[in-house]
Design a binder for this molecule. Structure first.
Ligand code: AMP
Length: 436
């Protein structure tokens, strides 16, 4: 199967060739023909499967076939993504794949000035990639006319709902013309996603591709048992002794991400932290430094890391296990891509035993445990509940739903469920720990 077999037009085939892609990925092979037929689509696919090209290529083709009704440029395709990073990446894909077509595209998200975005929109844009919060701000400022939208894409819809964007999404949908093509991508199918899909999609084609890396032979997964207080020093030792050059490290909280990044720098391992409290420019810089090798360790929270696309990342370390088992799958999916082998190591303390059990149940696999000499867990330490808030979880417990309203930065506010006051400093959510 080639891209030409899928019926794609020459300007797209040329752009694909320039990207060096030779064969469509499974989601591309399945989705592209349906989308070209003009069908709505519900697709179960995660970042890393090639889903972005899966919807961008046919969308560009349809846009180039259907001529706009009026010569004045209006937004014809609206793509919503949960995070700024994903928006930027999708925007870049639109630009690359659409290189030989005459469309204008732009990306809007929070955390950066709104005025240049207003100006870009005023000049006329065909394809708009946006995070929900900033999109609502732009609509509020009457900077956006959605009456010409022919294609509406919800990317990583499950994550958008987790982040509390459902009300914004529904409001956006109300502003769209009735006749349009809708595409919904989601890694998981909760009841909430099913409800959204049934109200949004009209007789959708359904496409499902294997969850990335859940049982991938390419990712070697293991667990190192260690006391919580000794995790930082052990991490430094592992990175140094094993000579890891590029490691993505996950923590549950922004606070711990900062602390760990500071510690690693103190012991002369170059590191940067990336999370929702960092400015957009700091996040972009940290990611660029990590990609080009200037920074050896990128410490990230789950939300910040969502959508980060780095080809062939060799090592992922869970400094703390995620409290939502599915996030483990997302995290380790950062390695072992594109046919390269990868390693995912989790540092697990006694408090995290329940999280580990949940993960093993989800992936249906018992992970190999290791104890490193000199770092043996102290058997007298008893498990204590994992705290919420600053020192605790960022994503909350088993119920992933939040009641959050929008946030203009493109990330969610803390849940109202804890009764905490909304604090823009701690936007990645503070819900009760789910300590089953
Ligand atoms: P995505 O799931 O859309 O985030 O894509 C993951 C990565 O796969 C990106 O780096 C793409 O550039 C790459 N990619 C997409 N389609 C193909 C393909 N057909 N062949 C090789 N790489 C691809």
């Amino acid at each position: 199967m080639t891209f030409a077999d899928l019926g794609l037009i020459a300007p797209l085939l040329k752009a694909i060739q320039e990207q060096g892609y030779t064969t469509p990925t499974p989601v591309q092979a399945q989705a592209i023909p349906f989308i070209l037929q003009g069908r709505d689509m519900l697709a179960g696919a995660q970042t890393g499967t090639g889903k972005t090209a899966g919807f961008t290529l046919p969308l560009l083709q349809l846009l180039s076939k259907n001529k706009p009704a009026s010569p004045k440029r209006k937004v014809r395709a609206l793509i919503l993504t949960p995070t700024r990073e994903l928006a930027a990446q999708v925007g870049e894909s639109v630009r690359l794949y659409g290189k030989h077509l005459p469309f204008k595209s732009t990306v809007v998200f929070g955390g950066v000035g709104i005025n240049p975005q207003i100006k870009a929109l005023a000049n006329g844009i065909d394809i708009l990639v946006a995070t929900p919060g900033r999109l609502m701000d732009l609509i509020g400022q009457k900077a956006l006319d959605l009456s010409g939208v022919e294609f509406f894409v919800l990317d990583e819809a499950d994550r958008m709902l987790d982040m509390g964007f459902i009300r914004d999404i529904r409001r956006v949908i109300e502003l769209l013309p009735k006749k349009r093509q809708n595409l919904l991508f989601s890694a998981t199918y909760s009841d909430e996603i099913k409800t959204l899909a049934s109200s949004l999609l009209n007789n959708p084609a359904e496409v499902e591709v294997a969850r990335r890396n859940t049982s991938s032979e390419l990712v070697k997964q293991s667990v190192v048992l260690v006391d919580d207080t000794r995790k930082s020093t052990l991490l430094g030792k592992i990175i140094q002794e094993r000579g890891y050059k590029q490691v993505l490290v996950f923590t549950r909280t922004k606070h711990r991400a900062n602390k760990l990044s500071d510690y690693l720098q103190k012991i002369e391992i170059s590191a940067a932290a990336i999370h929702g409290n960092k400015s957009q420019s700091a996040r972009t810089k940290a990611l660029a430094d990590f990609k080009n090798g200037a920074v050896r360790v990128l410490v990230a929270t789950d939300i910040a890391a969502r959508g980060i696309d780095i080809d062939a990342l060799p090592h992922v370390i869970n400094f703390e296990l995620p409290n939502i088992a599915e996030d483990y799958v997302h995290r380790i999916g950062r390695t072992g891509r594109a046919g390269c082998s990868g390693e995912a190591l989790s540092l697990v303390c006694v408090d995290e035993a329940e999280y580990l059990r949940g993960i093993e149940k989800l992936i249906n696999k018992k992970l190999e445990r290791e104890i490193i000499e000199g770092y043996e867990p102290d058997p007298s330490i008893k498990a204590k509940p994992i705290l919420q808030g600053r020192g605790g979880n960022q994503n909350g417990g088993g119920n992933r739903r939040t009641n959050n309203a929008k946030k203009s930065t493109g990330e969610a506010k803390p849940s109202g469920r804890t009764g905490q006051k909304s604090n823009p400093q701690h936007r990645e959510g503070k819900k009760p720990a789910h300590h089953a």
